[in-house]
Design a binder for this molecule. Sequence first.
Ligand code: NDP
Length: 484
Amino acid sequence: MKFQPTASHFIDGEYVEDTAGTPIDVIYPATGEVIARLHSATPQIIEQALTSAKRAQNAWTAMTGTERGRVLRRAADIMRERNRELSILETHDTGKPLQETLVADATSGADALEYFGGLAGSLTGEHIPLGGGDFVYTIREALGVCVGIGAWNYPTQIACWKGAPALACGNAMVFKPSETTPLSALKVAEILIEAGAPKGIYNVVQGYGDVGAALVTDPRVAKVSLTGSVPTGRKVYAAAAEGMKHVTMELGGKSPMIVFDDADIENAVSGAILGNFYSSGQVCSNGTRVFVQKGIKEAFLARLTERLANVKIGDPMDEAVNFGPMVSEAQMNIVLGYIEKGKAEGARLVHGGARLDRAGFYLQPTVFADVTDDMTIAREEIFGPVMSVLDFETEDEVMARANATEFGLAAGVFTNDLTRAHRVVAGFEAGTCYINTYNLAPVEAPFGGSKMSGVGRENSKLAINHFSEMKTVYVSMNDVEAPY
Ligand code: NDP
């Protein structure tokens, strides 16, 4: 098999196998071909991974931040040097076009390693002066062993977005990728070792939800960072709460994108394309409810359909292709189900709407117009290339409708009215907002959701607070006064 790794898991600096685990077939979404066969972690493997992480963490945390940062920055350099090779692997794991993976996956993983590697040496507590010469100082401490659990849409990026801040702060991580895309996290673990990381500080175990659940509930685990759907988030958060563990939850969304009459239509169409069809629509922050003000609705739809004629769907390894298959047959069928619901509930199909007649799990980019707020396609996260265009008349009306969702991951506005742009963003109930663009997620900026879309933030300096805690030390410079 073309992409068979040495073994299923990577623990304590080496590949480890236990064929007693449930087999996991890795399928290339562009052809349906099995490209690797792995095994889910058995209880022995999980034990090995946690024991190794716990042991490694003490030595890792005792190193200086600068030394830890050096390892992460070296790993970033190696990832960049191997970008093409890693991108080819990512394309086979996910089906995303090489045109995308070359610029958005290992590269963004490397950005996280470099950014948090750079911060590692500057992580400190603070000095707080008090009356009479007393003072408090705080010590920023690592949490211990952290568990990362990933979704299948950005496997390399998620492995790094969780691993880099965790390691920068002196934690160890046990990472479980989605069983749909298990290959690239193994490469991240390999590269960290090559960059000089001590064995065991970043272990990868494969498996289904039960493996994730076993990791989350283990008493040795101090923190859980999950990227996944809201239903899974609810379960993982509840399980972590039992042990009073720290959590970061990066969950799903049904984000609004509002296009006002005065917007630059070309930019708004570009934003809607990026926010609905990149990675075949399998992006959590996608702006899948596109509210277009009535005055420009027809012009917007006309330009959108014109632009969609330029989509190049096909072999994801062809670098001219910019639209690949869905990650799996199951995900494709979920999306097809939503397309049928859209039609049945009266939305107007203006583009796409069908599976492609070829091998692999290909769907056409799909646009529905005249979508109303009560339709299933306007309420539920589809996680596929289905854009819903909704009409609106006034700002007050659209704000109420945009926020009328349990999700709060992202939101965007296109307008040339400066004050309106900031007023609208202030009114959005969402963690990550955009003005006149959509879906950018640089490592320097916090990323995450409010409401049901999550807890905590990834990236930026804020992520440091989610992977470390403060110890407060009160120092008295005076005699102790007691009442008797
Ligand atoms: P899932 O929620 O199905 O799975 C996420 C991960 O959790 C998988 O590794 C899964 O394993 C694991 N898991 C499932 N059940 C449990 C459990 N009880 N305990 C511990 N771990 C468990 O999400 P998908 O993989 O289908 O990804 C799509 C979802 O992810 C979408 O909702 C999307 O919006 C969201 N997402 C959010 C992002 C964000 O940053 N906010 C970014 C990317 C995606 P297994 O796969 O074996 O079931």
